[in-house]
Write a protein that binds this ligand. Structure first.
Ligand code: NAD
Ligand code: IPM
Ligand code: MN
Length: 352
């Protein structure tokens, strides 16, 4: 039987609740589609940091490299550990160490889900550069605490880094609607963003069959609200993609729906799959979290592992549940718990 080794990193807050929920659905999908998922859970989190002084074990990345994929809940508990410590100790090093340069985030409304917009027929794939740019980590502070203090955070864009993520975007556009939007702020940032525009134009010449449009990030942020259906594949830098995908989440009904695949296509490394949302301290520990973002991330994981039919079956099961509208968490307007929504999706999977 085909078997995949999955590293589970539930993390903090609702991360543990949504990973439990998603695992229930993934196990049901595996049973139905004739493969096995072997999970190993890692307790890496802010609680782990407080107990051991590290977000993950010293050999954590090496251990993760032996898995076929990683399913992560959320990292961060700012009441006890600063985000600058927790995220740089766990989530961001995984993206970087495995060179997971594509962060793909689909945004569309599931049946029965009401978004905040009048336009409801959008189907977006935002591809976020995931290893460099504004998240390079280069910089520092001098004259700390004095009136002369200066803080610098340097964005680093390499030709290899920009070209490979844009190329992935063009390939996806070719497979989808043939439309690609490339996002910069080249009217204000004259080095990095002008460079990104140049690489975009070079690839646009190569992919003449793809209709490529360049947008400034402020303009496309507005367009995502006013005319989301005019967009299809959107490629953006690390920080711009981060912000645009919270807009994407908002217009698809909220952060409880938005999934994320961190991958290095063809790279022979484990991909990391996670919801777009964080640990949601305001609702954590009460069974209120919507698990669909993480369940959707699980579907993306199966697709990436080559189990496309099982991934599609999970999406269909989610659609059956949202379409019926009976089992829904509070953010969806219902009263069901995280576990009840997961159970409903698993049941729909068994019926489907
Ligand atoms: P957040 O995404 O955790 O929460 C924002 C809002 O969305 C909250 O009101 C929350 O209740 C709601 N929400 C989020 N997920 C939900 C779900 N599944 N169902 C229903 N409602 C949901 O963002 P934040 O409050 O800015 O961050 C909290 C912590 O999480 C911080 O430490 C932050 O750095 C971290 N964070 C981690 C990740 C990650 O691990 N990938 C992503 C974003 C934020
Ligand atoms: C996300 C998150 C992370 C990011 C944070 C928690 C570092 O917001 O995955 O969207 O900015 O990449
Ligand atoms: Mn984000």
């Amino acid at each position: 039987m085909r078997q995949y080794r999955i590293a589970l990193i539930p993390g903090d807050g609702i991360g543990t609740e949504v990973v439990d929920a998603a695992w229930q659905v993934l196990a049901a999908a595996a049973a139905r589609h004739g493969f096995a998922l072997a999970a190993e859970a890692f307790p890496w989190s802010c609680a782990h940091y407080l107990a051991h002084g590290r977000m993950m074990d010293a050999d954590g990345l090496e251990r993760l490299s032996a898995f076929d994929a990683i399913l992560l809940g959320a990292v961060g508990w700012p009441a006890t550990v600063p985000d600058s410590v927790s995220l740089h100790g766990l989530l961001l090093p995984i993206r970087k160490a495995f060179d997971l340069y594509v962060n793909a985030r689909p945004h569309r409304l599931l049946p029965g889900v009401r978004g905040p917009l009048r336009a409801e027929d959008f189907d977006l794939l935002v591809i976020r550069e995931n290893t460099e740019g504004e998240y390079s980590g280069a910089g520092g502070r001098v004259h700390v605490g004095t009136p002369h203090e200066v803080a610098v955070e340097t964005s680093i864009f390499t030709r290899r880094g920009v070209e490979r993520v844009l190329r992935h975007g063009f390939e996806q556009a070719r497979r989808r609607s043939g439309r690609l939007a490339s996002v910069t702020k080249s009217n204000a940032q004259k080095h990095t963003m002008v460079f990104w525009d140049e690489v975009t134009e070079q690839l646009a010449a190569e992919y003449a069959d793809v209709q490529c449009t360049r947008y400034h990030v402020d303009a496309i942020a507005a367009r995502l609200i006013t005319h989301p259906a005019s967009l299809d594949v959107v490629v953006a830098s690390n920080l711009f993609g981060d912000i645009l995908t919270d807009i994407g989440a908002a217009i698809q009904g909220g952060l409880g729906f938005a999934a994320s695949a961190n991958v290095n296509p063809g790279g022979g490394v484990p991909g990391m799959f996670e919801p777009v949302h964080g640990s949601a301290p305001d609702i954590a520990g009460r069974g209120l979290a919507n698990p669909l973002a993480t369940i959707w991330a699980g579907a993306l994981m199966l697709e990436h592992l080559g189990e496309a039919a099982a991934g599609a079956a999970i999406i269909a099961a989610m659609e059956a549940v949202t379409g019926a509208g009976r089992v829904a968490t509070p953010d969806m307007g219902g009263r069901a718990s995280t576990a009840e929504v997961a159970a409903a999706v698993a049941a729909a999977l068994a019926d489907g």
